[in-house]
Design a protein around this ligand. Sequence first.
Ligand code: FES
Length: 137
Amino acid sequence: FVPPVAGGGSGATLAGDQEGNPITLESWVKSHKENDRELVQGLKGEPYYLISTADNIKDFALLSVCTHLGCVVPWSKSNNKFCCPCHGSQYDENGKVVRGPAPLSLALAHTTTQDGKLALTPWPEKDFRTDLDPWWK
Ligand code: FES
């Protein structure tokens, strides 16, 4: 067995569906369209958005927990934003905060596959949206 994730950090966590069952990339691609965003159980069992491309998923996932007071932030396809129902914070399609009161962007994780199943790994390096060190480390 060769782990697909390089480096000595913590390993990959398989993404889980609503029942916590693993999800294959193949079944995900069949049931999603490009630019779809849908929640899975990710790192530490927390809800992360995976983002669909035409025939795969993007290489990052977004923690759906609002950085203001922790509401789960729904994706609004018509606005192409994540819009928090609690106090109106907004995040762009990559989870970068564009309207407060949320102070910070949504946390990132890497996506990968393990034996064809979707998985997440921690994101310890710079946030590509802000070029800052991650606040979620
Ligand atoms: Fe999201 Fe307050 S918890 S805006």
